[in-house]
Ligand binder design. Structure first.
Ligand SMILES: Cc1ncc(COP(=O)(O)O)c(C=O)c1O
Length: 457
């Protein structure tokens, strides 16, 4: 049991090593695909004694986490978790995240966190180079794609306002119906309107559709376009280069939300599909999705970071001591204090080399393509879209939403795999999203066999 909050004795030592040992065990061994949500009252009753004036001690708190709480959390890093956008943090990045916590780094400004920020900036530079951004591009790691989208759009709005010399009555951002919900959420937070842009048959924003939507809109209120580099539902990449043409012609900020898909900038197979990203004003990509880092981490990168700093830098008497000539990550998003949450990605890149990332992302893309071929080869299924990245949408011909839901819930409950239904163009269907290098083709093809032989309860 830990006897003291801040001094170190034998008990503390034993407890600290127990925590580390358990972390190693969890990364290496301990996960169970049957883990998942338990009712709140059951969980609350099990831990009712934990927070009390005297505490229960570190070992008991660890036991509660291990035996009660963690089994009530889905293992998002299981290779057969194919729902939403799962995660696959590497051993190095996960273990190093403990070191980041242990190091009490304030990642907000250079003066406090220079060493960490230098490493984060190296990881950002890798991403900026992959995108073809100029040498003075830069940005910051924020908590997730939602924070990245919001921070980029706030910068875009400010740039627009400055350029036109004042605020319009309303602001508008142009998006398609396939844009991630977090972009609409950002628009609500900012109280800006959304201009819908039609998609093509594959769910893409095209340059022509964007141009048509802007032409019809006729108001001087559109300050940004959000294109998607790999939609969450279908893994589809918008037509980035033609979109960049339209943005350039109209002087609009182009943000590319690549929370999931822009990881594939490092792919040797699909990099060409992102042609045009080099012309964007900003983009975001989440290492906690498909770049093998633990939660929570999103890289937000600006082609020209100066307007972002002018928009987001916080000022105040006690902040006057901060050297504004340094690279201060707090200035590039809506936040001040920040964990150096890009360090686990950096440590992973440094440990394994960037080629390992290319190989792992390519592996998922190949597995998805082979799975799609298996779907197409079976008469009981219909492939809805050829996969561009690692999302596959397909139907079990004749099944209803209720049948998908019943099957999905049953298999999740049994811990066999997690595949949840979605819809495509109004049609209920199944979706798998592969990010884990250990997801085996043979095992996911087994899901198709299961779907053929499945007998509803
Ligand atoms: C394309 C896209 N944008 C944004 C988000 C939101 O990211 P986060 O959950 O990290 O805030 C997601 C999440 O899945 C996403 O896929």
């Amino acid at each position: 049991m830990a006897t003291s909050m801040h001094t170190w004795d034998d008990d503390t030592n034993r407890f600290a090593h127990a925590v580390i040992d358990y972390a190693v065990e969890r990364v290496h061994l301990a996960k169970d695909t049957q883990w998942g949500a338990h009712p709140a009252d059951v969980l609350q009753a099990a831990i009712a004694h934990a927070v009390a004036p005297q505490g229960v001690g570190g070992l008991e708190a660890l036991r509660l986490f291990r035996e009660v709480l963690l089994p009530a959390c889905r293992p998002m890093d299981d290779p057969m978790n194919l729902a939403y956008v799962p995660t696959a943090p590497s051993v190095a990045s996960t273990m190093f995240d403990l070191v980041v916590s242990a190091s009490s780094i304030f990642g907000g400004n250079w003066e406090a966190g220079a060493g960490a920020i230098a490493a984060e900036n190296q990881a950002l530079r890798w991403l900026a180079d992959l995108a073809g951004f100029p040498p003075d591009a830069g940005g910051v790691f924020v908590s997730g794609g939602s924070a990245a989208n919001l921070s980029a759009l706030v910068t875009a709005r400010e740039v627009f306002t400055q350029r036109r010399g004042g605020r319009p009555p309303r602001y508008t951002v142009a998006v398609t119906e396939e844009v991630h919900a977090s972009v609409r959420a950002a628009a609500r937070v900012m109280d800006v309107d959304v201009l819908p842009v039609h998609t093509d048959a594959h769910g893409r924003m095209t340059g022509a559709a964007l141009d048509a939507a802007l032409h019809e809109h006729e108001h001087d209120s559109v300050f940004a376009v959000v294109a998607t580099g790999g939609t969450t539902n279908a893994g589809v990449i918008d037509e980035l280069d033609p979109i960049a043409d339209v943005c350039q012609a109209r002087g609009l900020w182009m943000h590319v939300d690549g929370a999931y898909g822009l990881a594939a900038l490092c792919s040797s197979i699909v990099r060409d599909r992102f042609h045009g990203i080099e012309r964007a004003d900003s983009f975001g990509v989440d290492p906690h999705k498909w770049l093998f880092a633990p939660y929570d981490s999103a890289a937000l990168i600006y082609r020209d970071p100066r307007p972002a700093a002018a928009t987001h830098a916080q000022h105040g008497a006690y902040l006057d001591a901060v050297n504004r000539g340094d690279w201060n990550p707090s200035d590039y998003a809506y936040h001040l204090s920040r964990r150096a949450r890009g360090l686990p990605l950096w440590f992973g890149l440094a440990t394994y080399g960037t080629q390992a990332y290319t190989d792992a992302v390519d592996g998922a893309i190949r597995t998805a393509a082979s799975f799609a071929d298996e779907v197409s080869a079976r008469p009981q299924f219909q492939l809805l879209l050829p996969p561009e990245l690692s999302v596959v949408l397909f139907t079990r011909i004749g099944w209803s939403s209720e049948q998908y839901a019943e099957w999905s819930k049953r298999r999740a409950g049994e811990g066999r795999y997690l595949v949840v239904p979605t819809s495509w163009r109004g049609e209920p269907c199944l979706r798998i999203c592969i990010v884990h290098p250990l997801t085996e083709l043979g095992e996911i093809v087994g899901i198709l066999d299961d779907l053929v032989s499945y007998q509803p309860a």
